[in-house]
Write a protein that binds this ligand. Structure first.
Ligand SMILES: Nc1ncnc2c1ncn2[C@@H]1O[C@H](COP(=O)(O)OP(=O)(O)OP(=O)(O)O)[C@@H](O)[C@H]1O
Ligand SMILES: [Mg+2]
Length: 463
């Protein structure tokens, strides 16, 4: 389960979100801390300075009389009040000074107080533990400096400025994680659901069940593309599977037909049923023709199998293409005459190639056989040999029905035959052969008007 995308994707998303949250909180904390150390500190000194000024005024007003109650003043200001005496004997108030806490002079740079300056500093009062921010202001009567009044507040109070901010961040952080987590879960489900469905479908296809229903994924993203291609692939596999089965049936049917004919004639001959010489030679001729048909079928299947596995050897010989085209042409002359087909030949080049002549002839004959098969009586079939820009072209064109757009690729596949009468091997073999000879077969066709199949070979003598 933990290996499944369904789990890993949301987990990864959540981990990334938590990490991002932690990093941004850490940044927020450090920024607010620095803010506390500079801005809040400055602000604290400013407040302490104002209060020190006020307390200073109260002290000087009371000078020489009863000192004001520092505890009352402290609770009114919220900060601590200290006093530093210039020297023993120089007292602002006569009598005991217990009313306020007196600190030793060493607690601050007293020379600056004597010079009449205020002093901002940090200190720990003797016997105490907390560190304080202090603002000291000289207490003067006329030009005489008596000491300094210090207003102080614990440094920890600075944290009160930013810690609540961090605490307030926390729920926002968790709410963010919750929302992002839910969103991540939803998104990853959206992504993984079709992937899981596809993976199920792929399992079925792998086990040979091509009729799986691959659901359509909406949108134009990679997953919808993948599912579209997958659907096409499954359909092609299904078609290929059907073709193969169809082929097996065709082949066994094709094999059985001549075999049945041969057996029938052989039995008749054996039993002496055929008596006159003419009937006997007719039987023998049928047997010969049917055996030829069988041979051709078996040869085709073998050829294709060999071409498929590249265990195919080609001869290299000087081939006079004009003579070869002539041979192919005359093989169909009789059929053309019988069916009233306008059968023509055009030769505009007389190249000699180093190639396998029998194979070239096989390709041309295949193309011609197709042209004759699909051209209606009284139609037109042409054979042309030409040389164009380093290529030799042998074109077979006809006035047959042409080939619809969606069949133009399919017709070259093995076992594909529109009417089911042929084996569908002719063009597959022709294309494989053309490739083996270093060329290709080009097709130009217009449905309803005719087709032009062209064997294109490189004109260079292959070395
Ligand atoms: N000249 C053509 N005009 C129209 N359709 C053609 C033509 N040549 C081929 N085809 C189409 O291509 C299909 C495949 O041709 P191919 O030669 O591979 O097989 P076949 O002729 O049916 O069988 P085979 O050649 O093995 O006896 C044909 O069934 C036909 O539908
Ligand atoms: Mg054919």
């Amino acid at each position: 389960m933990f290996r499944s995308l369904r789990f890993r994707l949301p987990a990864l998303l959540l981990a990334a979100i938590v990490l991002a949250g932690l990093v941004s909180t850490a940044i927020a904390v450090s920024v607010s801390k620095r803010y506390a150390q500079t801005t809040l500190r400055k602000e604290a000194f400013r407040q302490l300075g104002r209060e020190a000024q006020g307390i200073n005024q109260i002290y000087t007003k009371h000078a020489g009389g009863k000192p004001p109650d520092s505890q009352e003043l402290e609770s009114a200001s919220g900060d601590q009040i200290y006093y530093v005496r210039r020297a023993k004997g120089i007292d602002l108030f006569p009598g005991p000074t217990r009313a306020f806490t007196v600190l030793p002079r060493s607690i601050l740079d007293f020379r600056r107080i004597l010079a009449g300056d205020s002093v901002q500093f940090e200190f720990t009062p003797p016997g105490a533990k907390t560190r304080l921010l202090g603002f000291a202001k000289p207490v003067k009567l006329g030009p005489q400096v008596f000491g300094a009044v210090i207003l102080a507040r614990p440094t920890t109070r600075l944290n009160q400025g930013w810690l609540p901010f961090v605490w307030r961040l926390l729920p926002a952080f968790f709410a963010g994680i919750l929302i992002a987590g839910a969103l991540g879960w939803y998104l990853s489900r959206r992504i993984t659901k079709p992937v899981l469905v596809l993976s199920d479908a792929a399992d079925k296809v792998a086990s040979g069940r091509y009729d799986v229903a691959v659901p359509r994924v909406s949108g134009h993203d990679e997953i919808s593309h993948l599912s579209e291609r997958f659907r096409e692939m499954a359909a092609e596999l299904q078609a290929a599977d059907a073709l193969e089965r169809n082929f097996l049936m065709t082949v066994s049917h094709e094999l059985r037909t001549p075999l049945t004919a041969i057996r029938g004639h052989v039995e008749a001959l054996l039993e002496g049923v055929v008596e006159d010489e003419e009937a006997r030679s007719y039987s023998l001729e049928v047997i010969r023709l049917e055996a030829e048909r069988l041979e051709r079928l078996v040869g085709d299947v073998l050829d294709l199998a060999k071409l498929d596995t590249h265990r195919f050897s080609l001869l290299r010989e000087e081939v006079d293409l004009e003579r070869l085209v002539d041979r192919a042409y005359s093989a169909f002359g009789e059929e053309a005459r019988r069916r009233g087909i306008d059968y023509s030949r055009s030769i505009t080049a007389t190249p000699v190639l180093e190639t396998d002549g029998d194979r070239v002839l096989q390709v041309i004959s295949n193309l011609l056989a197709n042209a004759f098969r699909w051209t209606p009586d009284g139609g037109r079939v042409g054979l042309a040999l030409s040389q164009v820009d380093g290529t030799i072209r042998i074109a077979v064109d006809d006035s047959g029905p042409g080939i619809p757009l969606d069949e133009r690729e399919r017709i070259f596949r093995p076992f594909w035959s529109r009417d089911g009468h042929g084996t569908g091997l002719g063009l597959a073999i022709a294309r494989e052969l053309a490739g083996a000879l270093g060329g290709e077969i080009e097709l130009r066709t217009e449905a309803g008007k005719g087709s032009r199949f062209e064997l294109v070979l490189p004109a260079m003598k292959s070395d």
